[in-house]
Structures are given as C-alpha cells and as structure tokens.
Design a protein around this ligand. Structure first.
Ligand code: ZN
Ligand code: ZN
Length: 264
C-alpha cells in the first residue's frame, strides 16, 4: 500500500475524471493522498475533496508563487481551516527563486510566518523549494530553534521534490525533516539516484506532484497518483531493495509525518 504524499487533485486537469483517477490509484495500491493547497481558494477546494473521498487529506497554506493574494487576513482564514479533522499539515509553503512572480524577500517572510503558524498548531509543514534549498533550510532551522517544542521527536515536515545534495538532506534529517521524491527520479539525467544511494530509505517519502513531473514512460502526459509504484520501483532498483520495503518504509514515514492511522 502506498501514500501519494503530494498531489494537487483540485487542479482543473482532474475536474473531468477524478473518480476514475482515484479508482486507478486504488488498483495500483495507492489508497491515501495528501493534497497540498496553494492559496486560500485551493485550500477550500482541497477540503471539499477531503469531504468527498475517504482517502484524501489536505495541507493548507500559501505557495511561494501564489502570493499575489496573500494578506494577513487570508493567512488567518487559512489558519482557521486547520480545525478540519483532515487538515494534516501547513503547505505547501517555501521559497522559489526559479520564477520571478513573487518578490524573494516577501517569499522568505511569508515562509517564516507559516512555519511559526505550523509550530503554534503543532502541525508539520510541506516545503517547496526551487533553486532555494539552502535558504529554505536556514529559515527552517531558525524556526526549529525558535520553537523547540514544535513536534519534538516526531517529523516536523518534508522538503518535497527534493533537489539538494546528500549533505543538505542530512542537515534536514537532523532538524526533523524528511525529503520526498517525485517522477524526475526516473529521468536519465537526474542527480537524485546518487543522492538516494548516499541517504538511503529511512527518511524519505514518494510523491507524484500530480498533475506535474510525470515519470518515464508517461513523461509529457498528465501525471496522476496511480504512477506512484513506478517511482517506488525506480527507488527500489537504485537502492537494491525489494519494492515492498520501499512501500513499507515510505508509507510508515508518511503516516508518522501526517499523523495518519497505521496501515494494516
Ligand atoms: Zn512544490
Ligand atoms: Zn506541489
């Protein structure tokens, strides 16, 4: 059994056929889904999905590229949504230096503010980075130092779609964070297989980031959670483990991070 730890099932791309997408995922052994919002509107949409599908859970927060509508009031509204029993994280939050749609200073400030919110709510975070891993690690480290009681002894968050090096991954593990890997781990030019060989399985999860980042051999098409086993098989081959081991450990990590009931 797998958990897709990061899929944006509220996207337009799934409007026509989400029941079929969920059914195909179940056939592939993917029965639970973490759906991270990107702003207040998509947070509300993610909660509608939570109320409709038993296997769907949500994260609520402001994505660094979605700050045009950011305001203190809207963050308060997002914060109020955390009372929903299926809100399992604050996310996705973070920093993105690849696109220039949000001022960098504002991104860092909003990221720090949402980390503090997560600490206050004792929720984990889902962190997005692009060309910004080290800055994001530094800000996360400050949040941990400022809030030592934030989920002490249980994972504090995940750096999703991890693209840093093995040292940065180990730094994150030391701070109580996991890292997760989507479809690009199947790409020929990916640097992640080498990173994976250095960090092993213990602190990782699998994700699709659907509808984006489709793995080989479906690259170029819409991504969906039923492709999680492709990513898990690739990681199993890289590490020389049976795919069942990858399933068991990544599922257990997601259960601990998001506080989900243990699978049988
Ligand atoms: Zn992301
Ligand atoms: Zn995402």
């Amino acid at each position: 059994m797998f958990i897709d730890s990061h899929c944006h099932l509220f996207y337009e791309d799934f409007r026509e056929d989400l029941p079929e997408v969920i059914a195909r995922a179940a056939d592939a052994g993917v029965t639970r889904f973490i759906v991270p919002a990107t702003n207040l509107r998509t947070a509300e949409e993610a909660l509608v999905l939570c109320d409709t599908y038993p296997g769907i859970y949500a994260a609520v927060g402001f994505h660094p590229l979605d700050l045009a509508e950011y305001s203190d009031e809207r963050l308060n509204a997002v914060s109020a949504l955390t009372v929903h029993p299926k809100v399992v994280a604050i996310g996705e939050i973070g920093i993105d230096y690849f696109y220039d749609t949000s001022p960098r200073e504002l991104q860092r400030e909003v990221f720090a503010r949402q980390l503090a919110l997560a600490a206050e709510k004792q929720l984990p975070v889902i962190v997005h980075t692009r060309d910004s891993v080290q800055d994001a690690i530094d800000i996360a480290a400050r949040a941990v130092a400022d809030h030592p009681a934030w989920r002490e002894g249980i994972p504090r968050g995940v750096f999703h779609c991890f693209t840093g090096d093995a040292d940065q991954a180990r730094m994150l593990f030391g701070l109580g964070f996991l890292v997760s890997f989507p479809g690009p781990v199947t790409f020929k030019k990916s640097a992640m297989p080498e990173v994976l060989r250095q960090i092993g399985l213990d602190n990782i999860m699998v994700e699709t980031d659907a509808p984006f980042l489709t793995p080989v051999p479906y690259r170029g098409k819409r991504n969906e959670p039923s492709y999680i086993p492709i990513i898990a098989r690739t990681i199993a081959e890289i590490l020389g483990h049976p795919v069942e081991t990858v399933a068991r450990i990544t599922t257990r990590n997601a259960e601990r991070l998001f506080g989900l009931p243990a699978s049988p």
